[in-house]
Design a protein around this ligand. Structure first.
Ligand SMILES: [Zn+2]
Length: 321
């Protein structure tokens, strides 16, 4: 694997030019399709690029006022839910993957939970087929970061690659962190299993992986944007064609009712909270100023919208893409 931006682009170009990298094993079907809440997919265009957001499903956090936002009181979190029209205290947490039809092949930005989010999750491959996207047609997977709900869908439970034709590109900082034995040994008990999960999920792809630099073009029309903080190498992806653009933000911002309205609030999952706050503010300012549609991995379907300034923070105007 290589580290340079040029090499990452080169790898992607090689991939598209030589679609004969065959892995015979076909995707094992997921055991059963969990119920879908809302549409299974949402399609829009960025210039000439066709973008489809496909849900992997969702689960429900029984009480979002406790333990999710580390620097707000349960009362403050409850008020934010009320203000957003959410009944609470339970809150649904969706998982949504973005696909881009580029001139040279189908690209996936993350791959869903693989069912790791419980019985309501793991529906990505079924919902892809419902959207007319054959998993075997995915030629490139680009990852935002390595938390389990974003890489679980790489493999079946028995470790087989679920995307038989796909090359995989990953942020170099993210790879460096999760493959560092020292980081693993220093990790909290809650985070340590994530290291073994990274080894397990990427295992069948190791001979077709490339690392990319923070601002690399990972595929035609898709550029990495470093949005570190949620994890060490967390990356968003700017999809652009001419003046049309959309930003797939990954987990830089998760629940809009909390973290757009209060960009200073931190979900327990942010690994470097101070950096995550800086990143969030920069990203929100850019999205609002440029009136740029954003796509959120954990937004409710259709998982897209525009960002507007509101009071001391921001708000999402859903579906404006
Ligand atoms: Zn996530």
């Amino acid at each position: 694997m290589t580290l340079s931006r040029r090499a990452a682009i080169g790898a992607a170009a090689t991939l598209y030019a030589a679609p004969t990298l065959l892995h015979a094993r076909h995707a094992a079907a997921q055991a059963s399709a969990p119920p879908v809440v809302g549409p299974a997919f949402h399609r829009f265009e960025v210039g000439a690029l066709k973008v489809t957001v496909v849900t992997d499903g969702s689960n429900v956090r029984p009480n979002a006022t406790q333990g999710l936002v580390v620097n707000a009181t349960p009362e403050q979190v409850g008020s934010a839910m009320s203000a957003a029209g959410l009944p609470g205290p339970a809150m649904r947490n969706p998982y949504n993957v973005t696909f881009v039809e580029t001139p040279r092949g189908l690209v996936a930005l993350d791959v869903g939970t693989g069912g790791a989010g419980g019985p309501g999750t793991g529906a990505l491959q079924d919902n892809m087929r419902a959207a007319g996207l054959d998993p075997a047609r995915v030629l490139l997977i680009a990852h935002t970061h390595f938390h389990g709900d974003h890489i679980g869908g790489l493999t079946s439970n028995d470790g087989a690659a679920l995307f038989p034709q796909a090359m995989v590109v990953v942020p170099e900082r993210e790879w460096a962190f999760w493959t560092d034995a020292g980081e693993e040994s220093r990790a909290t008990e809650a985070r340590r299993p994530g290291f073994a999960n990274v080894r397990r999920r990427f295992a069948p792809y190791l001979d077709r992986m490339t690392r990319f630099a923070p601002d690399a073009e990972v595929a035609p029309g898709i550029r990495a944007v470093a949005t570190n903080g949620h994890s060490p190498g967390h990356t968003s992806f700017l999809i652009a064609d001419g003046t049309a653009q959309a930003l797939v933000i990954g987990d830089a911002i998760t629940a809009p009712a909390f973290f757009m309205v209060n960009p200073d609030w931190c979900p327990v999952f942010d690994m470097d909270p101070a950096m995550a706050v800086d990143t969030r503010k920069r990203l929100l300012d850019r999205a609002a100023t440029e009136r740029m549609p954003v796509v959120g991995y954990h937004f409710d379907m259709p998982a897209t919208g525009r960002v507007e300034r509101a009071g001391t923070g921001y708000r999402l105007v859903p579906g404006a893409a």
